[in-house]
Design a protein around this ligand. Structure first.
Ligand code: ADP
Length: 258
C-alpha cells in the first residue's frame, strides 16, 4: 500500500518550467523501518558480549591471586573479544555492500579460481574435523564480478556447510551452466533445517535454535552478506534443506557473454 505524493512547484529558476517531485512515502517508511530494526538488532547483539567483558574484568580483579582462575577468565575474555570483533567486522562489511550496490569494480572471473580460493580458506577447519571438500562440474565457467567478494560469498557457504556438519562427512561444491546463468551449489550432509527455519536464514542475526546452542558461536550475519554479494552481481540464492539430512545452498549469477 504505497502512497505516492506528487507535488507540482513553480520552478525557482525559469518561469517556463515547473518542478514535479514524486515521493513514495510507503517506500520511505519501509526503509526507515528496516534501518530502525537493524539498529535495534545491532544494539541487542552487542549488549551481551559487552556486558560479559565488563563482568569478566571484575572477576579477573577478584581472582588476581589464583592463577588457574585467572587463566580461565582470560580465555573467556579472549573469546568475547573475538566475538565482538567478528560482529563489528561483519556489520561493517554488510553496510559497505549495501552502500556500494551494483557499482563495484567488475572483471571477468573464472568460477574455478573462486571455488579453489574459497576451499583454501576452509581447508584447515575441514581437515581438523576430517570433512572432505570436493569440487566438480563446469569450473571453467566465467562471470563478470568482483573476485574478492565472490570468494567471500562461496567461502561463507562452505564455512557454514562445514560448521553444521558431522565429523568425517563430505561437503560438495558443484558448478553448472544453466539458462545463461552459472550455478554454484554447496551441499552438506549436516544438521539441516526445518521449512520455517529455511524461510528465515537470510534475516540479519537470525540463527536456528540448534545453531545457537552450539558452543562455537556464529554471528547470524554470514548469509545476509552472501545474499547481498549475490544480488549485487545480478543473481540470487536458494536453499534446499531437510532436518537431519543436510542442506544445499545454490547461488546463481548471470554467465559472462564473450
Ligand atoms: P552464522 O554465523 O550463525 O552461521 P549465517 O547467517 O551464516 O550465520 O547463518 C544463519 C543461520 O542459518 C545459522 O545460524 C544456522 O542456524 C543456519 N544455517 C546456515 N547454513 C547452514 C547449513 N549449511 N546447515 C544448517 N544450518 C545452516
Amino acid at each position: 500500500d504505497a502512497t505516492l505524493t506528487v507535488s507540482v512547484h513553480a520552478s525557482p529558476f525559469r518561469s517556463r518550467f515547473v518542478l514535479i517531485s514524486v515521493v513514495d512515502r510507503g517506500e520511505f517508511k519501509r526503509l526507515d523501518d528496516i534501518r530502525r530494526e537493524f539498529v535495534a538488532n545491532v544494539s541487542h547483539e552487542l549488549k551481551t558480549p559487552i556486558a560479559s567483558v565488563g563482568l569478566l574484568a571484575e572477576a579477573l580483579q577478584e581472582a588476581a591471586d589464583e592463577p588457574e582462575t585467572v587463566r580461565h577468565f582470560a580465555d573467556r575474555l579472549g573469546t568475547e573479544a573475538k566475538r565482538l570483533g567478528d560482529i563489528t567486522r561483519e556489520i561493517i562489511e554488510l553496510s559497505r555492500l549495501q552502500a556500494e550496490g551494483a557499482l563495484a569494480d567488475f572483471e571477468q572471473v573464472t568460477i574455478g579460481d573462486i571455488v579453489e580460493q574459497a576451499i583454501d580458506y576452509n581447508r584447515v577447519v575441514a581437515k581438523a574435523r576430517k570433512i572432505k571438500l570436493v569440487s566438480g562440474g563446469e569450473l571453467d565457467s566465467t562471470i563478470y564480478g568482483d573476485p574478492a567478494r565472490l570468494v567471500v560469498a562461496v567461502s561463507n557457504l562452505i564455512a557454514n556447510a562445514v560448521h553444521y556438519s558431522p565429523d568425517k562427512s563430505q561437503v560438495g561444491i558443484g558448478v553448472a551452466r544453466r539458462n545463461s546463468f552459472v550455478e554454484i551449489a554447496v551441499t552438506d550432509q549436516g544438521i539441516g533445517m526445518t521449512k520455517d527455519e529455511v524461510e528465515r536464514v537470510f534475516e540479519r542475526f537470525y540463527r536456528t535454535d540448534q545453531a545457537r546452542s552450539r558452543s562455537t558461536g556464529g554471528t547470524g550475519l554470514g548469509l545476509s552478506i552472501v545474499k547481498h554479494i549475490v544480488s549485487n552481481h545480478g543473481g540470487d540464492i536458494r536453499v534446499w534443506s531437510s532436518p537431519g539430512k543436510g542442506s544445499t545452498f545454490t547461488i546463481r549469477i548471470p554467465e559472462a557473454t564473450q
